[in-house]
Design a protein around this ligand. Structure first.
Ligand code: F6R
Length: 243
Protein backbone atom coordinates (compact mmCIF):
# COMPACT_ATOMS: atom_id res chain seq x y z
CA UNK A 1 0.00 0.00 0.00
CA UNK A 2 1.13 3.50 -0.76
CA UNK A 3 0.34 6.12 1.87
CA UNK A 4 0.22 9.74 0.76
CA UNK A 5 -0.34 12.54 3.26
CA UNK A 6 -1.43 15.98 2.06
CA UNK A 7 -1.59 19.17 4.07
CA UNK A 8 -5.34 19.62 3.93
CA UNK A 9 -8.68 18.43 2.53
CA UNK A 10 -8.35 20.54 -0.61
CA UNK A 11 -4.98 19.05 -1.57
CA UNK A 12 -6.11 15.53 -0.69
CA UNK A 13 -9.18 15.99 -2.90
CA UNK A 14 -7.14 17.39 -5.78
CA UNK A 15 -4.82 14.36 -5.63
CA UNK A 16 -7.79 11.97 -5.65
CA UNK A 17 -9.40 13.84 -8.56
CA UNK A 18 -6.12 13.65 -10.45
CA UNK A 19 -6.02 9.89 -10.01
CA UNK A 20 -9.63 9.53 -11.19
CA UNK A 21 -9.00 11.62 -14.31
CA UNK A 22 -5.75 9.79 -15.06
CA UNK A 23 -7.51 6.45 -14.79
CA UNK A 24 -10.07 7.57 -17.41
CA UNK A 25 -7.38 9.12 -19.61
CA UNK A 26 -5.22 6.01 -19.61
CA UNK A 27 -8.18 3.67 -20.11
CA UNK A 28 -11.20 5.46 -21.60
CA UNK A 29 -13.42 2.39 -21.10
CA UNK A 30 -12.59 2.28 -17.38
CA UNK A 31 -15.00 0.69 -14.90
CA UNK A 32 -15.09 2.95 -11.85
CA UNK A 33 -16.83 2.17 -8.57
CA UNK A 34 -17.42 5.14 -6.27
CA UNK A 35 -18.46 5.64 -2.66
CA UNK A 36 -20.68 8.49 -1.51
CA UNK A 37 -20.29 10.37 1.78
CA UNK A 38 -18.69 13.60 2.91
CA UNK A 39 -15.09 12.62 2.16
CA UNK A 40 -15.16 12.38 -1.67
CA UNK A 41 -17.43 15.40 -2.34
CA UNK A 42 -14.68 17.78 -3.40
CA UNK A 43 -12.66 15.09 -5.22
CA UNK A 44 -15.67 14.30 -7.42
CA UNK A 45 -16.43 17.97 -8.03
CA UNK A 46 -12.83 18.57 -9.06
CA UNK A 47 -12.80 15.46 -11.26
CA UNK A 48 -16.01 16.64 -12.97
CA UNK A 49 -14.56 20.12 -13.53
CA UNK A 50 -11.26 18.73 -14.83
CA UNK A 51 -13.08 16.43 -17.26
CA UNK A 52 -14.80 19.45 -18.82
CA UNK A 53 -11.82 21.81 -18.70
CA UNK A 54 -9.37 19.29 -20.12
CA UNK A 55 -11.89 17.88 -22.56
CA UNK A 56 -11.52 14.32 -21.24
CA UNK A 57 -13.72 11.83 -23.06
CA UNK A 58 -15.77 10.09 -20.37
CA UNK A 59 -18.31 8.68 -22.81
CA UNK A 60 -16.78 5.20 -22.80
CA UNK A 61 -16.36 4.93 -19.02
CA UNK A 62 -18.82 3.08 -16.80
CA UNK A 63 -19.63 4.09 -13.21
CA UNK A 64 -20.91 1.90 -10.39
CA UNK A 65 -22.32 3.12 -7.08
CA UNK A 66 -20.56 1.28 -4.26
CA UNK A 67 -23.54 1.09 -1.94
CA UNK A 68 -26.97 2.38 -0.97
CA UNK A 69 -29.27 2.75 2.03
CA UNK A 70 -32.09 0.24 1.49
CA UNK A 71 -35.53 1.84 1.55
CA UNK A 72 -34.32 5.41 0.98
CA UNK A 73 -35.80 6.71 -2.30
CA UNK A 74 -33.43 8.11 -4.94
CA UNK A 75 -34.92 11.61 -4.63
CA UNK A 76 -33.89 11.85 -0.96
CA UNK A 77 -30.77 14.02 -0.85
CA UNK A 78 -29.20 11.68 1.70
CA UNK A 79 -29.27 8.74 -0.73
CA UNK A 80 -26.13 7.61 -2.53
CA UNK A 81 -28.13 7.81 -5.76
CA UNK A 82 -28.78 11.52 -5.23
CA UNK A 83 -25.21 12.13 -4.11
CA UNK A 84 -23.52 10.58 -7.14
CA UNK A 85 -25.78 12.41 -9.58
CA UNK A 86 -25.31 15.69 -7.76
CA UNK A 87 -21.54 15.56 -7.26
CA UNK A 88 -20.41 13.70 -10.36
CA UNK A 89 -22.79 12.30 -12.94
CA UNK A 90 -24.51 15.60 -13.77
CA UNK A 91 -21.28 17.50 -14.28
CA UNK A 92 -19.82 14.69 -16.40
CA UNK A 93 -23.06 14.64 -18.35
CA UNK A 94 -23.26 10.85 -18.22
CA UNK A 95 -25.86 8.94 -20.22
CA UNK A 96 -28.01 6.55 -18.18
CA UNK A 97 -26.33 3.64 -20.00
CA UNK A 98 -23.03 4.69 -18.39
CA UNK A 99 -23.79 3.87 -14.79
CA UNK A 100 -25.38 1.32 -12.52
CA UNK A 101 -26.64 2.03 -9.03
CA UNK A 102 -28.36 -0.28 -6.55
CA UNK A 103 -32.13 0.16 -6.47
CA UNK A 104 -32.81 1.07 -2.85
CA UNK A 105 -36.54 0.49 -3.33
CA UNK A 106 -36.22 -3.07 -4.65
CA UNK A 107 -38.60 -5.75 -3.42
CA UNK A 108 -36.11 -8.41 -4.48
CA UNK A 109 -32.83 -7.76 -2.70
CA UNK A 110 -31.25 -10.99 -3.88
CA UNK A 111 -31.74 -10.25 -7.55
CA UNK A 112 -30.49 -6.69 -6.98
CA UNK A 113 -27.23 -8.19 -5.68
CA UNK A 114 -27.07 -10.68 -8.55
CA UNK A 115 -27.54 -7.85 -11.04
CA UNK A 116 -24.59 -5.98 -9.54
CA UNK A 117 -22.39 -9.09 -9.51
CA UNK A 118 -23.27 -9.80 -13.12
CA UNK A 119 -22.45 -6.24 -14.21
CA UNK A 120 -19.08 -6.26 -12.47
CA UNK A 121 -18.19 -9.72 -13.86
CA UNK A 122 -19.40 -9.07 -17.39
CA UNK A 123 -17.35 -5.88 -17.58
CA UNK A 124 -14.20 -7.68 -16.50
CA UNK A 125 -14.00 -6.27 -12.96
CA UNK A 126 -13.44 -2.81 -11.55
CA UNK A 127 -10.47 -0.71 -12.66
CA UNK A 128 -10.66 2.01 -10.02
CA UNK A 129 -12.48 1.72 -6.73
CA UNK A 130 -12.77 4.92 -4.67
CA UNK A 131 -13.78 4.43 -1.04
CA UNK A 132 -14.08 6.40 2.16
CA UNK A 133 -13.78 4.84 5.61
CA UNK A 134 -16.49 4.62 8.26
CA UNK A 135 -15.88 5.43 11.91
CA UNK A 136 -15.98 1.67 12.54
CA UNK A 137 -13.56 0.95 9.70
CA UNK A 138 -16.22 -0.11 7.21
CA UNK A 139 -15.68 0.08 3.46
CA UNK A 140 -18.94 0.69 1.63
CA UNK A 141 -21.40 -1.15 3.85
CA UNK A 142 -18.94 -3.95 4.47
CA UNK A 143 -19.25 -3.72 8.21
CA UNK A 144 -16.68 -5.21 10.62
CA UNK A 145 -16.79 -9.01 10.38
CA UNK A 146 -17.96 -9.14 6.75
CA UNK A 147 -16.53 -12.15 4.88
CA UNK A 148 -13.48 -11.44 2.77
CA UNK A 149 -15.02 -13.51 -0.04
CA UNK A 150 -18.26 -11.52 -0.13
CA UNK A 151 -19.80 -10.27 -3.35
CA UNK A 152 -22.68 -7.78 -3.45
CA UNK A 153 -24.90 -8.31 -0.42
CA UNK A 154 -27.41 -6.80 1.94
CA UNK A 155 -25.90 -5.69 5.24
CA UNK A 156 -27.57 -5.18 8.59
CA UNK A 157 -26.02 -1.86 9.55
CA UNK A 158 -23.77 -1.57 12.56
CA UNK A 159 -24.94 0.76 15.37
CA UNK A 160 -22.04 3.13 14.62
CA UNK A 161 -23.08 3.35 10.97
CA UNK A 162 -26.70 4.09 11.92
CA UNK A 163 -25.72 6.86 14.32
CA UNK A 164 -23.11 8.47 12.04
CA UNK A 165 -25.40 8.02 9.01
CA UNK A 166 -27.95 10.49 10.45
CA UNK A 167 -25.68 13.32 9.28
CA UNK A 168 -26.68 12.74 5.63
CA UNK A 169 -30.42 13.21 6.13
CA UNK A 170 -32.53 16.32 6.69
CA UNK A 171 -35.36 14.32 8.26
CA UNK A 172 -35.56 11.39 10.63
CA UNK A 173 -35.32 8.21 8.53
CA UNK A 174 -35.02 4.54 9.41
CA UNK A 175 -31.64 3.29 8.22
CA UNK A 176 -31.30 -0.34 9.20
CA UNK A 177 -30.08 -2.07 6.09
CA UNK A 178 -27.63 -1.25 3.35
CA UNK A 179 -26.77 -2.92 0.07
CA UNK A 180 -23.16 -2.95 -1.01
CA UNK A 181 -20.53 -4.22 -3.38
CA UNK A 182 -18.64 -6.91 -1.41
CA UNK A 183 -15.14 -7.04 0.03
CA UNK A 184 -14.00 -9.55 -2.57
CA UNK A 185 -14.95 -7.12 -5.33
CA UNK A 186 -13.30 -4.24 -3.46
CA UNK A 187 -10.09 -6.23 -3.10
CA UNK A 188 -10.19 -7.38 -6.73
CA UNK A 189 -10.33 -3.83 -8.08
CA UNK A 190 -7.18 -3.13 -10.08
CA UNK A 191 -6.61 0.04 -8.07
CA UNK A 192 -8.10 0.67 -4.65
CA UNK A 193 -8.06 4.34 -3.68
CA UNK A 194 -9.05 5.09 -0.10
CA UNK A 195 -9.41 8.65 1.15
CA UNK A 196 -9.92 10.11 4.62
CA UNK A 197 -9.70 13.54 6.16
CA UNK A 198 -10.18 15.40 9.40
CA UNK A 199 -9.28 14.93 13.05
CA UNK A 200 -12.18 12.57 13.68
CA UNK A 201 -10.69 10.06 11.24
CA UNK A 202 -7.30 10.06 13.02
CA UNK A 203 -8.05 7.05 15.30
CA UNK A 204 -9.64 5.27 12.34
CA UNK A 205 -6.48 5.79 10.27
CA UNK A 206 -4.28 4.65 13.13
CA UNK A 207 -6.18 1.37 13.25
CA UNK A 208 -6.26 0.99 9.45
CA UNK A 209 -2.54 1.67 8.99
CA UNK A 210 -1.01 0.37 12.21
CA UNK A 211 -3.56 -2.06 13.70
CA UNK A 212 -3.95 -5.73 12.77
CA UNK A 213 -5.00 -6.44 9.18
CA UNK A 214 -8.32 -8.24 8.97
CA UNK A 215 -12.07 -8.16 8.54
CA UNK A 216 -12.62 -6.87 12.08
CA UNK A 217 -11.49 -3.53 10.68
CA UNK A 218 -12.16 -3.72 6.92
CA UNK A 219 -10.19 -0.54 6.08
CA UNK A 220 -7.01 -2.32 7.19
CA UNK A 221 -7.40 -4.72 4.24
CA UNK A 222 -6.06 -2.05 1.90
CA UNK A 223 -2.62 -3.07 3.21
CA UNK A 224 -3.13 -6.44 1.47
CA UNK A 225 -4.05 -4.83 -1.85
CA UNK A 226 -1.26 -4.91 -4.42
CA UNK A 227 -2.27 -1.51 -5.75
CA UNK A 228 -3.79 0.15 -2.71
CA UNK A 229 -3.38 3.92 -2.43
CA UNK A 230 -4.36 5.68 0.78
CA UNK A 231 -4.56 9.46 0.46
CA UNK A 232 -5.28 11.35 3.67
CA UNK A 233 -4.83 14.81 5.08
CA UNK A 234 -2.55 15.83 7.95
CA UNK A 235 -5.35 15.82 10.52
CA UNK A 236 -6.34 12.25 9.66
CA UNK A 237 -2.65 11.28 9.83
CA UNK A 238 -2.09 12.99 13.18
CA UNK A 239 -2.23 9.78 15.28
CA UNK A 240 0.03 7.70 13.04
CA UNK A 241 3.30 6.68 14.68
CA UNK A 242 5.07 6.28 11.34
CA UNK A 243 4.59 9.41 9.27
C1 F6R B 1 -20.83 5.66 1.42
C2 F6R B 1 -19.85 4.67 1.89
C3 F6R B 1 -19.37 4.72 3.27
C4 F6R B 1 -18.55 5.99 3.53
C5 F6R B 1 -17.99 6.04 4.95
C6 F6R B 1 -17.32 7.37 5.23
O1 F6R B 1 -21.18 5.40 0.09
O2 F6R B 1 -19.46 3.82 1.13
O3 F6R B 1 -18.59 3.59 3.55
O4 F6R B 1 -17.51 6.04 2.60
O5 F6R B 1 -18.99 5.82 5.88
O6 F6R B 1 -18.27 8.38 5.17
P1 F6R B 1 -17.85 9.92 5.20
O7 F6R B 1 -17.08 10.16 3.95
O8 F6R B 1 -19.14 10.69 5.22
O9 F6R B 1 -17.03 10.11 6.42
Amino acid sequence: MELIIHDNYEEMSAAAAHLIINSIKSKPNSILCFASGDTPKLAYQLAGEAAIKKNIDVSKSFFIGLDEWLGIPPGNNGSCHYFLHHYLFNSMNLASSQFHLFDAMTTDEESECKKMNHIIDSKGGIDLMVVGVGMNGHIGFNEPGTGIQSNAHVARLDEVTKIVGKKYFNNEVAINKGITVGLKQVMQAKTLLMIANGKKKAPVMRQAVEGPVGIDFPASLIRNHSNGILIIDREAASELKTK
